[in-house]
Design a protein around this ligand. Sequence first.
Ligand SMILES: *Cc1c(COP(=O)(O)O)cnc(C)c1O
Length: 493
Amino acid sequence: MKLESELQSLCRRLPQLGELLERDDFVALIAACPRPLVADTLRSALENLRHQIKQGTHTDESVDHRVAQLCRNVELQLRSHLRPSLRKVLNATGVILQTNLGRAPLSDAALQRIAEVAGGYCNLEMDLETGDRGRRDVHVEALILRVLASRIGTPIETFSELRGAAVVNNCAAATLLALNTLAEGGEVIVSRGELVEIGGGFRIPEILRKSGAILREVGTTNRTRIADYADAVTPQTRLILRVHRSNFRIEGFTSQPTLAELIELGSEVSVPVFEDQGTGCLIPLDEHGIRDESHWAEDAGSGVALIACSGDKLLGGSQCGILAGEHDVIERIRANPLFRALRVDKLAYAALETTLLQYLSEHEAEIPAIAMLRLPADVVKQRCETLAEQLRSPDLSVDVVAVESVIGGGTTPSASLPSFAVALQHARMSEGALAALLRSGDPPVVGRATNGRVLFDLRTISAREDHLLFQSVQSSLERIGAPSSTHPRSVAE
Ligand SMILES: *Cc1c(COP(=O)(O)O)cnc(C)c1O
């Protein structure tokens, strides 16, 4: 234990804040950074040091050393404070629509349109013909209907005559709005096999309650028949709800009426059918070996009164929720005050409109999520081999291995695509430590850590970013030093 007087004399070695700020190194730092930010950070660094001294861990020499290092430490701290928290990440997980990593990357055309529209003013709510106030959602309404009609293969006139579309903040918002508009105070019939949790706290029973509707569960977890729905219809029934089982599958002794059967029942008893479809899928998936996956356009054309999907799942656009359905249903949705509260901004419209135009002109191969999905495995393999060649070193054993990429984003969990990955194994690091090191890179690289190795599935890396991936991994490995180091430093340093 140090004497109180010794501790006081150590504390006296700490210069005053004002004095330090006059020191040459701090003067130089203040030339580059606002003085109050520097002063604040320095104040807490000094506080920290004083605290350590009181713990008895310091000597005259160590205090002097820390004082000499103060400016450098303050600079490092400031640099981390001034770095955006939301950063570009290289997704090497092989999950194409990964919610934690921001779901669908936007196409070049969509990005360009965002810059064009949001860098200045735009006609978001102005009718340029009359100069009067317009509606923001008219920009995409006709386009949504046109794209749906073209994908179903029906003439646009017959399809759009009685239909409309509206856009809100995400699919959860679209579902809430639909239930509140169509069923508040009344009953909604749902199968027990569809009372799902999508993730991020979106649970159908809770959303239903919040919407003011009353849940009327029918059937069992594994089997629900059309008769179960029919038996549950009462004068209080406002809606039949179908929820796409996005993130799980029920196998074995199961049954579920088709959407067509629900629509037929709905029309017999005059109750509309609403489908929470989720994915917004507009492309055929069976050619990728993925069967029984719901298709937004097919379902939208099947006679449902209303359908909701996300903009940033398989559709490959911006975050939003798209509602499409009967004209009068869409008008009731627009008249709901919640619609205004859930509206989207011009950036989302710009990206969504461009993405939909890419479908309409059959250029959807330019949408990154679609391009990744269609990327042949042997192309991925070739890129993996090139990267493996570059990365191999005495410390790092590198192989190319066959893996399965996952579509994600509400597509059936078994929807996987044959792919290849670079497998990295470090001589002195566990897979967890190596994965953490690579996540600390610039840009961070996120892979899959498994069985002592970290796997990089290049399907979810754009080919033009292969080199960036290489550089990030290379410099992360350099940071932990040469193999001769007797005590390998931990990643946290
Ligand atoms: C993903 C999904 C949602 C939630 O969509 P967000 O756009 O994330 O709000 C709702 N319903 C289904 C069926 C989904 O797949």
